[in-house]
Ligand binder design. Structure first.
Ligand code: G
Ligand code: G
Ligand code: MN
Ligand code: NA
Length: 250
């Protein structure tokens, strides 16, 4: 059997799992929420990471039911968390082409009871390359009901600065490739510092992704990054393995 056939079955047979990785307020070190990251629990191949099936799901259109599954699961899970914790869900550019995406998101919120203010949608800039006007209008609708919008993987694509002013993002997530070089390359500090200044001017916050060491964390705090995410604070884990009783007070 093909991986495509297997993936189709996986969606039908609920072999997909949503794991959660925490992100923290950089200043206080308190946890602010979790990013939902899909995994495929394959009966023969074990746990398959998303970089091995998201592209296939996008090519075959399976990303649409897969994405809806993740969104619904994430909203339902987060509805049971302490109410100061957010959940961030990645949306594929392919999902943006579906005319009913707004209704799908509203239904996931309604059915779970999750407040829209606790949902963050992460999109990559590839969404913005096509159908700019429609996507802009769509993003405004999401913001209007209180959903937060994050620009994911910032710095890895074309990263036209015009996207930042043209689209209503609340947050920029700096790709982990910049954090990796932070403590050896002064140039990486300069780039992050510029992104932070730019974001401030546009009234957006900044998340640094892929933070693995205490040294990186210290440097990022000094650079005034708002949020941090990475193995230093926690790996993505299944819902039953995340600690929710951990203090989340400010
Ligand atoms: O969890 P991991 O770091 O292996 O994720 C690898 C990539 O897969 C990341 O780029 C992430 O954005 C993407 N990804 C993870 N979960 C989802 C999902 O539910 N939907 C989409 N579209 N992408 C996801
Ligand atoms: O959605 P996005 O492309 O940002 O996906 C985040 C990816 O980064 C996930 O695959 C996640 O497992 C991975 N990741 C999260 N924290 C770290 C980290 O500290 N180091 C590395 N190398 N990868 C990380
Ligand atoms: Mn992401
Ligand atoms: Na990212």
């Amino acid at each position: 059997n093909t991986l495509e056939g297997d993936l189709r079955d996986a969606i039908a047979r609920c072999q997909l799992e949503v794991h959660y990785q925490p992100f923290m307020d950089a200043t206080t070190g308190t946890r602010r929420g979790f990013e939902a990251l899909v995994r495929w629990r394959h009966p023969a191949r074990g746990l398959i990471p998303p970089d091995q099936f998201i592209a296939l799901a996008e090519e075959t259109g399976l990303i649409v039911p897969l994405g809806e599954f993740v969104l619904r699961r994430a909203c339902a899970d987060a509805a049971n968390w302490p109410s100061d914790l957010m959940v961030a869900v990645n949306l594929s550019p392919i999902q943006f082409k579906e005319a009913d995406l707004f209704d799908v998101i509203c239904a996931a919120l309604r059915d779970s009871g999750l407040s829209p203010q606790r949902l963050e949608i992460e999109i990559t800039e590839s969404v913005l390359l096509e159908r700019g006007a429609e996507n802009h209008a769509f993003m405004e609708r999401l913001k209007h009901i209180g959903i937060e919008l994050a620009l994911d993987d910032f710095g890895t694509g074309y990263s036209s600065l015009s996207y930042l002013t043209a689209f209503p993002f609340d947050k920029i997530k700096i790709d982990k490739s910049f954090i990796r070089n932070l403590t050896h390359q002064p140039r990486s500090s300069a780039i992050i510092s510029s992104i932070v200044t730019l974001a401030r001017g546009l009234d957006m916050s900044v998340t640094a992704e892929g933070v693995e060491t205490a040294e990186e964390f210290e440097r990022l705090k000094a650079l005034d990054v708002n949020f941090v995410q990475g193995y230093l604070f926690g790996r993505p884990l299944p819902i039953d393995q995340i600690e929710l009783d951990e203090s989340t007070e400010r």
